[in-house]
Design a protein around this ligand. Structure first.
Ligand code: ACO
Length: 327
């Protein structure tokens, strides 16, 4: 039976760097507070006029080049995002048009920071079912467009970027071994952007007057839930595929907070130096964070053929999940 191998990776981020010092001139915060509480030193910020689908396309082209395929080979394009170019059409349609991927079906998926993991789960299922041979899975966000730069509890966290992966059908021992995705809608109010949808449409003056199209988060509750959920789901995916934590070569986690990653790694008994981290340079880029971190680790030669990779993410919804992949 076929399953998905991650055949190529790529990423693209805006050039403009927003440092902790820059933020300390906007809100009552400090480089020291941000570094020690989150691990973030700087993040990228799109310029006015930048279009997110252009970054998604650039990341996607690099991933296809690495996989040795062209846009004509794509059967499906999935874009995980909470900050698409527009609500209609989906961002994946813009990506499909810009790539010239004529035979690819295309759609967006919203699972907040767990979006790429949900996409891996769906993409692997499509390949297993024989419905596709090549799927381009992108995570792309311009979170700074929905960040309230008067709210110090959120504005220090978020950054912009895009990461892409080509999922290729294979019958080999390499590729996805297991995926587990979860949701608890009871957490809906803990991380949210209340304005911009049909409850508070963007075309109503009160939506803007009440400051609704911005990301709001109860950080402490998210933190505790994230550590607990990530730990549980990683144990579940390891058990399901018959591996021990000690056999994991690398953990590629969603980059939300260095302390969340460290706490989960401790509970899993996985040394911190086996966790791929780039949060210090990009902050939290939501669905883009795993594919960006993965691409950097692959291109720098840290991840090698045969490695056992544990992916995990937690985000708005709540949504969370884990996947085990033989590289
Ligand atoms: N600078 C200085 N002080 C700050 C800042 C800041 N940027 N932000 C908050 N504080 C203050 C608070 O006001 C509070 O002050 P008080 O004690 O006087 O009330 C104090 O620092 C402690 O605040 P906490 O919220 O308890 O700080 P905590 O250590 O929990 O760190 C953080 C906050 C970084 C947000 C952390 O809770 C976190 O990372 N949470 C999880 C984030 C996450 O995983 N998000 C997931 C996905 S996001 C998505 O899906 C889009």
């Amino acid at each position: 039976m076929f399953h998905a191998a991650i055949a190529g990776t790529g990423h693209a981020v805006p050039e403009t760097v927003l440092t902790n010092e820059d933020l300390s001139r906007l809100v009552a915060t400090s480089d020291e507070w941000i570094r020690t509480r989150t691990g973030i030193q700087e993040r990228r910020k799109a310029k006015e006029g930048d279009v997110l689908s252009d970054y998604a396309v650039s990341a996607g082209q690099k991933a296809m080049e690495a996989a040795g395929i062209t846009a004509k080979d794509l059967d499906a394009i999935m874009v995980a995002t909470v900050s698409p170019d527009q609500l209609i059409p989906s961002m994946a349609c813009f990506v499909q048009q810009k790539l010239g991927a004529k035979k690819a079906a295309a759609w967006d998926l919203n699972a907040a920071c767990s979006g790429w993991l949900y996409g891996l789960h769906i993409g692997d299922s499509l390949l297993q079912a024989g419905k596709a041979k090549n799927v381009l899975l992108i995570g792309a966000e311009f979170l700074t467009r929905f960040t309230d730069y008067t709210d110090r509890t959120t504005c220090v966290l978020f950054g912009d970027g895009a990461g892409a992966t080509v999922l290729k059908a294979t019958k080999s021992d390499h590729g996805v071994l297991s995926t587990v995705v979860r949701c608890d809608g009871e957490g809906a109010n803990t991380i949210q952007m209340p304005g911009g949808g049909s409850t508070h449409p963007p075309n109503r003056p009160q939506t803007l007057e009440q400051n609704l199209p911005y990301i709001r988060m109860m950080g402490g509750e998210t933190f505790k839930m994230a550590v607990r959920s990530i730990t549980e789901v990683c144990k579940e995916v390891l058990k399901e595929s018959g591996f021990e934590a000690s056999e994991v070569s690398w953990v590629v986690p969603h980059q939300a907070n260095e302390r969340i990653i460290t706490a989960a790694a401790e509970r899993l008994d996985i040394p911190k130096d086996r966790c791929i981290m780039n949060i210090e340079r990009y902050g939290n880029t939501s669905s883009a964070s795993i594919p960006i971190a993965l691409d950097e680790a692959v291109r720098s030669g840290r991840i090698k053929k045969g490695d056992l990779i544990l992916f995990t993410a937690f985000g708005g919804g709540f949504t969370w999940g884990a996947a085990l992949v033989r590289w």
